[in-house]
Design a protein around this ligand. Structure first.
Ligand code: ADP
Ligand code: NI
Length: 267
């Protein structure tokens, strides 16, 4: 086998799964079909539509940034294939499953290796955990994934996940925590509103590309005004337990694993 067939070889697609390596033009639609059916029934925030949005957004960012499109598209498609949150905290399972699916669909090492590296390093692991994304392709996919976690869609996904995981929307007695380690972040069982302070408000300053940074600004502003309003309504206009003061702190300082200071009633 050895040589990859060209995109003009119609038999190539037929023989995938038997060690034949296919051109990315064949691999991408095959991976789309697999992922689409696998995620059709998901309601945890990792549904097919999340993947579809990330795929389109990543492609758009990649074009603007001049990244390799085949790697970006495949990485976007498989990036959430097996999330540690739903596999007992095992973060080796995502890259492993991604590799298996890509090889089954005919991808060769030139695609599998960069894509698997991206899947292994894409996930947010806590406010104080900095894990640089090495390749431009990975930076584009991570930005797209993060953009889908903020803004109006991000708000909806956060509360959808919270409901799925049995979390409270909000509890004024439970302050947000900037997790210093990946293990602390994984073990956290905070409220959905706290998730904004623990992750979502931090994302705009952690975008990798200029294109991503630009797209993040408006989504961030929308999300911040939503939380401000949420807390105003919660407190019936009588002051807040943790509000805009913490919001500023959370989005500008992500260095520690300290509990955020409460700006209101808690002492
Ligand atoms: P992504 O797919 O962007 O990598 P995650 O896998 O971390 O994101 O989570 C999927 C969705 O669920 C995201 O929108 C994220 O903000 C939300 N989410 C993750 N953890 C929590 C949590 N502890 N509380 C509320 N929402 C969460
Ligand atoms: Ni995702």
């Amino acid at each position: 086998t050895g040589k990859s067939p060209t995109s003009s070889d119609p038999n190539a697609a037929v023989s995938a799964g038997h060690g034949v390596q296919l051109n990315a033009d064949y691999v991408v639609p095959r991976v789309v079909a697999r992922i689409r059916s696998r995620f059709a029934e998901e309601a945890s925030g990792h549904d097919w539509h999340h993947i579809h949005r990330v795929w389109r957004l990543a492609r758009k960012i990649a074009v603007a940034e001049g990244a390799r499109l085949d790697v970006v598209e495949l990485a976007a498609l498989v990036h959430d294939i097996a999330d540690w949150k739903f596999h007992g905290g095992d973060d080796a399972i995502g890259p492993r499953e991604a590799e298996r699916l890509l090889r089954e669909e005919g991808a060769g090492d030139d695609l599998v290796e960069p894509v698997v590296e991206i899947v292994a390093t894409i996930s947010f692991k806590g406010a104080g955990v900095r894990q640089p994304m090495r390749t431009l392709e990975g930076q584009c996919v991570q930005d797209a994934d993060r953009l889908d976690a903020i803004g109006a869609i991000g708000i909806a996904r956060c509360f959808a996940y919270g409901g799925h995981a049995g979390r409270l929307m909000y509890d004024p007695e439970v302050p947000p925590v900037l997790h210093a380690t990946a293990d602390a972040y994984k073990a956290a069982k905070g409220t959905s509103v706290n998730h904004f302070y623990e992750k979502l408000f931090l994302l705009k300053d952690r975008m990798n590309t200029a294109t991503g940074r630009l797209l993040a600004q408006e989504r961030h502003r929308f999300m911040a005004s939503f939380i401000k309003r949420f807390l105003e309504e919660w407190n019936v206009g009588e002051g807040s337990a943790h509000g805009p003061a913490v919001l500023v702190e959370a989005s500008s300082d992500a260095s520690g694993g300290n509990e955020l200071r409460s700006s209101g009633s808690r002492s």
